[in-house]
Design a protein around this ligand. Structure first.
Ligand SMILES: NC(=O)c1ccc[n+]([C@@H]2O[C@H](COP(=O)([O-])OP(=O)(O)OC[C@H]3O[C@@H](n4cnc5c(N)ncnc54)[C@H](O)[C@@H]3O)[C@@H](O)[C@H]2O)c1
Length: 371
């Protein structure tokens, strides 16, 4: 198969969909890989590393789209890319269709086959191509939180791990899923006094088993959150209710109970945030202060660490990309249900029910395209 990897053009997106190592794995299996010049530079992969891996470099984004049977990307296509996508071309990337109607219509019009990273799903309902970004964001939440607790950055001026004779900072994590668990691990490793809250009791049991002694678990409800909020220095929002907006667990009135310089990191901002006063921010201007409380609400946290994020993402996507390249999308999706669930739009038809429902579009069963 001919695989094309364009350079991401979304503002400040430095990740790339394929590493030189990934390109080599595809080339080894007899596929042709075309990389747009400079596509990997933001993640630390220069063109010559791709060439050494057996890929070819193309000078323009147009040339990549023109040549490829399968496009591998990171972010959802944005407007200038809509026209470049060809009929019958397979596009394997994040789409997040339900959150942007114009993209959905553009992909229907393109006649392409759109396989979305975010809906590839395992039998246990986990989302293997979302997990790596949650791992990055969870770990980063503590790194950023620790930084913004510093006084010059408007924080309380408390060191996360304390020092001998001085108590460590108190970290509260709302949600014990992938983001929350990774945040708890980092905070615990830095010596903080950590509490992780969830509504899922089996999950709390599991966390209690695997976490070190400086991590406590606590049932999440309004009463318990109100009790803990005034005494914690760093609060991380890491809640997710599948298919719904995040609930506001920290309400505006709770800010008055917090100490000045408390830091709130709302990782769930991409689902509306679990802190009422959260609004999306960017890496250029990541924080703002309300009632003396510092808010960090960057919607694409992994974008700040493109080297780690690219490797984490491609470790997860490459096995699927190899399967798609080896078998073609139809056979690969027939034989692998995880990939089948990634299909959202096929040649003008919406085949993912939630996307059809979101925009009141006709829904076509995916099986009709697999005959
Ligand atoms: N900002 C970013 O850059 C970024 C990056 C990756 C993920 N995210 C977001 O982070 C959020 C968490 O993702 P995840 O992968 O950890 O999800 P996950 O499904 O693994 O975990 C979510 C957890 O929240 C718990 N939960 C649900 N309701 C709760 C409540 N009322 N109180 C406490 N816990 C509750 C669930 O039981 C679950 O354990 C998502 O919104 C995701 O989109 C953001």
């Amino acid at each position: 198969m001919i695989i094309g990897v364009p350079k991401e053009i979304k503002n400040n997106e430095n990740r790339v969909a394929l590493t030189p190592g990934g390109a080599q794995e595809l080339v080894k299996r007899g596929h042709e890989v075309y990389i747009q010049t400079h596509a990997g530079e933001g993640s630390g992969f220069p063109d010559d590393e791709y060439v050494q891996a057996g890929a070819s470099i193309l000078p323009t984004i147009e040339a990549v789209y023109d040549k490829a049977e399968m496009i591998m990307k990171v972010k959802e296509p944005i407007e200038p890319e809509y026209e470049l996508i060809k009929k019958d071309q397979l596009v394997f990337t994040y789409f997040h269709f339900a959150s942007y109607e114009p993209l959905t219509h553009a992909m229907i019009k393109s006649g392409a086959v759109c396989l979305a990273y975010e809906t590839v799903e395992k039998a246990d309902h986990s989302l293997p191509l979302l997990v790596p970004m949650s791992e990055v964001a969870g770990r980063m939440a503590i790194q950023e939180g620790a930084k913004y607790l510093e006084k010059p950055l408007k924080g309380r001026g408390i060191l996360l791990g304390g020092v001998p004779g001085v108590r460590p900072a108190k970290v509260l994590i709302l949600g014990g899923g992938v983001v929350g668990t990774n945040a708890a691990k980092m905070a615990a490793g830095m010596g903080a006094d950590v509490t992780i809250m969830d509504v899922n009791l089996p999950r709390l049991r599991y966390l209690d088993d695997v976490m070190p002694a400086n991590v406590n678990t606590f049932m999440s409800n309004e009463y318990n959150i109100r009790e803990l909020v005034p005494t914690h220095d760093l609060i991380v929002g890491a809640v997710l209710i599948h298919g719904a907006k995040a609930p506001h667990l920290i309400t505006r009135d709770m800010l008055k109970e917090m100490r000045e310089g408390t830091v709130l990191v709302d990782v769930a901002v991409d689902q509306g945030g679990c802190i009422e006063t959260c609004k999306p921010t960017t890496h250029e201007d990541p924080t703002y202060v309300i009632d003396g409380i510092l808010h960090y609400c960057v919607a694409n946290m992994p974008g700040a660490v493109p080297y780690t994020s690219t490797l984490a993402l491609t470790n997860a996507t490459l096995p699927y990309a190899i399967e798609l390249a080896n078998k073609g999308w139809k056979k690969a999706c027939k034989e692998n249900r995880e990939l089948l669930l990634g299909l959202n739009v096929i040649k003008g038809d919406v085949v993912y029910e939630a996307v059809a429902e979101a925009f009141d579009l006709p829904f076509v069963r995916v099986e009709e395209h697999l005959i």
